[in-house]
Design a protein around this ligand. Sequence first.
Ligand SMILES: Cc1cc2nc3c(=O)[nH]c(=O)nc-3n(C[C@H](O)[C@H](O)[C@H](O)COP(=O)(O)O)c2cc1C
Length: 371
Amino acid sequence: MSTQALLTPFHKNINLNNRVVMAPMTRSRAANEGNVPTEDLHVLYYTQRASAGLIITEGSQVSKDAVGYINTAGIYSKKQVEGWKKVTKAVHDKGGKIFIQLWHVGRMSHPDFHNGELPLAPSALNPNAKSYTPEGFKDTVTPKAMTLEDIKQTVEDFKNAAINAVEAGFDGVEIHSSNGYLFHQFFNGTSNIRTDEYGGNMENRTRFFFEVLNTMKSVILQEKIGVRFNPSLNDMFGITLDEETIPTFEYIIKKLNDYNLAYVHLSEPFNDVSNVPFAVEHIAKHFRPLYNGTLMINAGFDQDSGNKVIEEGNADLVAFGKPFISNPDLVERFEYNYPIADWDADTFYTPGKEGYIDYPNYKKEEHLAKK
Ligand SMILES: Cc1cc2nc3c(=O)[nH]c(=O)nc-3n(C[C@H](O)[C@H](O)[C@H](O)COP(=O)(O)O)c2cc1C
């Protein structure tokens, strides 16, 4: 029996065989009309990784308006739901658990995705970033500030996506409230300069997020909802930290103690923030004391640091991104201390099988032969 913390089962709202979570990762393989997950690509990819305690799917757009990258699989049409049903069944047949990440990119998009119309955002402020369109990377534009009607519609879109997720057989959903996308754009003062009830103070800037959460929990048990944040994200995806950023995330996370969610999923900073004003350098350590529920941590972890963060009591679950791309059997590699294969960043988002379903499991025989 292994004594690694990562490999111990987890039972609170969700029942997981181990604490090794596959982080949500856009892979842009739904290169078909309707952006439907397919049997020969998505089903195989996720099934290969089913020994993860929990898989969180790629960000999946909740509506046509929500998209910002080519070939991402959505969760708003009947065909998409049918496609995802095959994924969830195959993962369940292998004893795995799978949540879907519900995504709206907001201003991180381009008119090419919206018949020439502007993407939606809290305020008409260009993130000055790039959008990956069918014609390659293009500069983002100044988006349209959402009207109250747009906000209402988007809340409905998330609700419908949650209904679809249940129908598709997912064990739960994760709200993608992270990484500079729509919810993060509402949270942050550099992307939200609204003067109505969705802008200004913290309560207002987080109102849209809590409206979505409250609406979603009318259609899916809150024990099956996870939420994701990247509090120290800076200088990426159009987000700049300001003095209210961290206090806003503290406010949100403390308020989430009033819910009974599956988990709160946090990312350690994506880049070095040791000299960035207003940043928190150690996210798990900082936020763990503020939250009573299940805390999932991510970004830059390996087997040792993953075990350590759980042992030290700073997280309950650890999500691994890139290691899961190139190691479908990551859990077994941790269990037997097999080496970890490198990933090829050139095929993260390219169409087809290459770099997607062709990473092999570790061969035990070779390992023993080398010993
Ligand atoms: C190819 C790729 C696609 C990603 N797509 C998403 C996504 O759709 N949603 C999301 O929340 N994070 C996304 N991320 C971020 C990962 O979930 C994770 O936070 C990041 O890779 C850091 O974790 P790691 O060091 O274990 O890779 C993506 C990362 C990569 C490498």
